[in-house]
Design a protein around this ligand. Structure first.
Ligand code: SAM
Length: 240
């Protein structure tokens, strides 16, 4: 292990996660492929190794410090970009059955490459808009947990993500700065989409003094037929 891996290993160990040599190699391969592919397409603005391990890998895994992933079977990651948070979560929790959704096909091509390069099973990478895919019976009201990191404001995001959650499942929005205003603005959309705010968690990323917030939302009934509205409408005319 080099210094960056040592630090990552110790940070996760402090959270009760003991990484194997195989998992450390998967993270290292993921980092290398991310940097190589980032030269051909826009995947991330962060490429320095220690920064990727903290701001992408550790940040993605932080969800599991607050939500018990051993109790989750199916996870959908909406607007996953270069695979955050779902690929780091899959490396650590290999039992998860993951569906990744992104509207940019180039990113889906990268993710398909990563899934085969890292020998990840039960990960399906789907190209499309969340608004359209949530109408597919295989995805609608289906997943135990739906995540999204850095995709949209909560009132928009709720309409993109909650239709994928099964009727007693969870939606976790991963946010940077204080989400109090977003939460207030999202009250109506949560009501329309049959969900309640369950909890919020705040923490700082190690060494960065950067705030992070997890918003945990509990679904309580199936998605009303009206939602999601047509692709593009949730962001153009957010529910308020
Ligand atoms: N979650 C990643 C992360 O934290 O690094 C990527 C965030 S990136 C800012 C937002 C991603 O969401 C982009 O890859 C974009 O293509 C995707 N996206 C935006 N709107 C979407 C939609 N309606 N349906 C599916 N994907 C969407």
């Amino acid at each position: 292990m080099d210094a960056v891996e040592n630090q990552f290993y110790d940070l996760l160990m402090a959270q009760g996660i003991s990484l194997s040599v195989y998992q450390l190699k998967q993270f290292s391969d993921y980092y290398e492929q991310l940097v190589i592919w980032n030269e051909k397409m826009n995947l991330t603005g962060i490429t320095e190794r220690e920064q990727v391990y903290i701001k992408h890998f550790y940040d993605s895994v932080s969800l599991s410090f607050y939500v018990s992933l051993p109790d989750i079977q199916t996870l959908a990651d909406i607007g996953s970009g270069a695979g955050f948070p779902s690929i780091p979560l899959k490396i650590i929790f290999p039992h998860l059955k993951i569906t990744i959704v992104d509207s940019l096909n180039k990113r889906i091509q990268f993710l398909n490459h990563i899934v085969s390069f890292l020998h990840l099973d039960n990960v399906s990478c789907v190209h499309g808009r969340a608004e359209d895919l949530a109408r597919n019976v295989n995805y609608r009201d289906h997943f135990d947990l739906v995540t999204a990191r850095a995709v949209a404001k909560l009132n928009v995001l709720s309409e993109l993500c909650l239709p994928f959650v099964n009727k007693s499942g969870l939606f976790v929005a991963m946010k940077g700065s204080d989400p109090t205003d977003e939460l207030n603005e999202a009250k109506y959309s949560l009501k329309q989409l049959k969900a309640n705010l369950s909890k919020t968690f705040s923490f700082e990323l190690p060494f960065e003094q950067a705030n992070r917030h997890l918003i945990v939302i509990q679904k309580k009934a199936l998605t009303p037929i009206l939602y999601p509205r047509k692709a593009g409408i949730p962001s153009k005319e957010p529910l308020i």
